[in-house]
Ligand binder design. Structure first.
Ligand code: GAL
Length: 687
């Protein structure tokens, strides 16, 4: 059952504060390395791998992610000898191992013997093996086999000196997040019976089945939202997404539990995908189940502001880790292979990306992968060791990064502290992007990105938190398009505002309850009172249509017929369908204030508004910096703080700072100069 988190982004599992710290301690500093797939190479290659890894400062590699078919060539026949040698050699080279349970991609024999384990699409197509992750997450046959393998791995390597971390599966749900087969249908019914306490009336009520003759009279009639001739039931769809997230999580916990039984001292994680290409798991409910939070991140090549998106991904990941350090499990040294065009990273970009993740809370950066594959679907994916070998720009940058990370070792364990929270929610994301809404242009990721980017551009630190997270430590909370929200989350924001906080809530928030049923009586039902407004009618705009505001800004995508009832208009429309009505409002509530934005502001207007609201809330930037320069501070609870300066521009910049630049060892007294595309990390004096 989907558990909503009750704290700042959930509480990672057992011994969470120390699980990552323990790995870091064993590895002797910031974690550095990548996926290592030696099974793709003759054994003689390994000596060179180890030598180059050591020269690059690699201290942790992920082994075995895709090796099920080699480890278990036939059911219950295990061949560990080759893996024993790999781990022994790594231990000999003093390189620790994040050992995968190898269950990320089932071997061909599983599908051959049990075709029912293969996933089925919404329109009833069975997907075949030939790629990876070809399994139905609800398949008990798959889960039994996976748990059995994880158990065998744990028994085999429990005492191995290289083992420091378990890596369950790989990017769970990346390719098989939703399965619509009969096994899944059965599991979905079981999940619903728990959710609705075996009460079919409760399910009918939640799903609004009076509409279009959808009332079900027996549990057997309930199905996953398979392809149908019309528009599906949004509440059913939403529950199916929750169910699917829970099923993937259950694949994780099933393996985790057996690992914990055999190796209680070794933390267990899996690599999440808190980035823009993936939305199918509610990671707020996953986070408490992981011993440490690990994330993968890849840049989108044709995104001119990809570094801002990287910042958001890192902030979400830190939120999942409840503000604690986390691990970047994968990113790339250069090109990926799965976008339409895959350019390499520019010189220096690999370093800047890595340090940016560290600035935002990572205590380690790993890559996919160590040595570039020559065969298979990823043969054109970059690696730490390219096809052309060690005498290459990329490998030289990899070695240089290893040296940089050694210089940054003292930041380990420090935290990013922010005065602003941004509420982000996977369930609301699923709901707001359902079919048959007022406008297809109201997409969630773009709204969240835009507000996060405005904070980024004002050099303001921000924590990403779950709905319902405790807000009392913040001055400002930003709530972009939180379409679906429950009462408890609304009350947390109300309490925060009454106690003196500032909330900024944007359009199409608070529209439906947790079943995606509209809250009647004037939009936005959940936030009407807090905002001191009510909305009579939505009026989305057509593509290219823009409206002018009387404060000089413009709006697009959305307008609405808004009535004030307590709030004051801060800006009104000068033209368009709502001319003369409020587009921005502010409502004084208790000691604080709730702002509302009823249209999609242009970028400048958004940044202007953010500055104004930050000012009112008394939030100061991390430090003054030119635009295009990112500044982030990490601080030890008792000890120094570190100012990270990342120059995303192609010009030299200067930023106020005082202390020591850890990367160069130079004293910094008052100002630091950072070259184009460069980075600096200053241990601050007197922070
Ligand atoms: C990740 C995945 C890796 C590799 C990489 C390529 O999503 O976990 O196994 O496929 O992408 O970018």
């Amino acid at each position: 059952m989907t558990a909503r988190s009750d704290g700042a982004g959930g509480t990672p599992g057992r011994d969470a504060p120390s699980a990552l710290a323990g790995v870091v301690e064993r590895c002797g500093g910031l974690l550095y390395g990548g996926d290592y797939n030696p099974e793709q190479w003759p054994e003689q290659v390994r000596a060179q791998d180890l030598e180059l890894m050591r020269a690059a400062g690699v201290n942790l590699v992920t082994v075995g992610v895709f090796s099920w078919a080699l480890i278990e060539p036939a059911p219950d026949r295990y061949e560990f000898a080759w893996l024993d040698r790999v781990l022994d050699d790594l231990a000999g080279a003093d390189i620790a191992v994040d050992l995968a349970t190898a269950t990320a991609s089932p071997p061909p024999w599983l599908a051959h013997r049990h075709p029912e384990t293969l996933p089925v699409t919404r329109d009833g197509r069975r997907l075949w093996p030939g790629g990876r992750q070809a399994f139905c997450p609800s398949s008990s046959v798959f889960r039994d086999r996976a748990v059995r393998l994880a158990g065998r791995m744990a028994e085999r390597y429990a005492d191995h000196p290289a083992l420091v971390l378990w890596h369950v599966g790989n990017e769970l749900g990346a390719h098989n997040a939703h399965c619509f087969c009969d096994v899944s249908a059965d599991a979905f019914r079981g999940w619903l019976r728990i959710r609705y306490a075996d009460d079919l009336d409760a399910l009918n009520d939640a799903w609004g089945t009076a509409f279009w003759s959808q009332r079900v009279h027996a549990w057997e009639e309930v199905l996953p939202p398979r392809a149908n001739p019309a528009i599906g039931n949004p509440s059913q769809e939403l529950d199916f997404r929750r169910f699917s997230s829970d099923e993937l999580l259950a694949c994780f916990t099933a393996e985790r539990d057996v690992l914990r039984r055999v190796t209680p001292e070794v933390p267990v994680t899996t690599n999440l995908m808190a980035m823009w290409v993936f939305r199918d798991a509610d990671y707020w409910s996953w986070a408490p189940e992981l011993d440490l939070i690990a994330n993968d991140h890849y840049l989108v090549a044709d995104d001119p502001r990809a570094h801002v998106e990287l910042g958001l991904s890192a902030d979400i990941t830190r939120g999942l880790a409840s503000g604690r350090p986390w691990l970047l499990m994968e990113h790339s040294t250069g090109a990926v292979n799965w976008q339409p065009r895959n350019p390499p990273k520019a010189p220096g970009q690999l370093r800047r990306n890595s340090v940016q993740h560290i600035a935002r809370g990572a205590d380690g950066v790993l890559f996919f992968q160590w040595r570039a594959s020559t065969a298979g679907a990823e043969r054109f994916h970059s690696a730490m060791l390219p096809h052309a070998g060690p005498d290459t720009r990329v490998h030289r940058e990899v070695r240089a990064l290893g040296a940089d990370l050694a210089r940054l070792a003292e930041v380990v364990g420090s935290r990013v502290v922010s005065e602003v929270a941004l509420i982000f929610d996977w369930q609301s994301w699923w709901a707001v992007e359902q079919f048959a809404h007022p406008s297809v242009d109201v997409t969630y990721r773009d709204r969240v990105r835009a507000w996060h980017a405005a904070l980024f551009d004002t050099h303001t630190g921000v924590d990403v938190v779950a709905p319902g997270a405790e807000l009392s430590g913040y001055r400002l909370v930003v709530v972009p398009t939180l379409y679906l929200v429950d009462r408890a989350a609304v009350e947390t924001i109300e309490r925060f505002v009454r106690a003196g906080g500032t909330a900024l809530i944007t359009y199409f928030s608070g529209i439906v309850d947790e079943h995606d049923r509209v809250l009647p009586g004037g939009y936005p039902g959940a936030f009407r009172e807090l905002l001191g407004i009510w909305v009579e009618e939505f009026h989305p705009l057509l593509p290219e249509q823009e409206v002018r505001l009387d404060d000089g800004g413009t709006g697009s995508v959305w307008t609405e017929h808004l009535h004030l009832c307590g709030a004051q208009a801060v800006a009104t429309y000068s033209d368009g369908p709502q001319a003369g009505l409020a587009a921005l409002t502010r409502h004084a509530v208790g000691e604080g204030a709730a702002w509302y934005v009823a249209t999609e502001l242009d970028d400048d207007a958004r940044v202007r508004l953010v500055r104004r609201v930050l000012d009112e809330a008394g939030v100061r930037p991390v430090t003054r910096a030119p635009s295009g320069v990112e500044v982030v501070r990490r601080s030890h609870e008792q000890g120094p703080s570190y100012l990270f300066v990342l120059n995303h521009r192609d010009a030299m910049v200067e930023v106020d700072a005082a202390g020591v630049d850890l990367l160069t060892g130079a004293e910094v007294s008052g100002r630091i100069t950072v070259p184009p595309g460069g980075v600096a990390v200053v241990r601050e004096v007197d922070a």
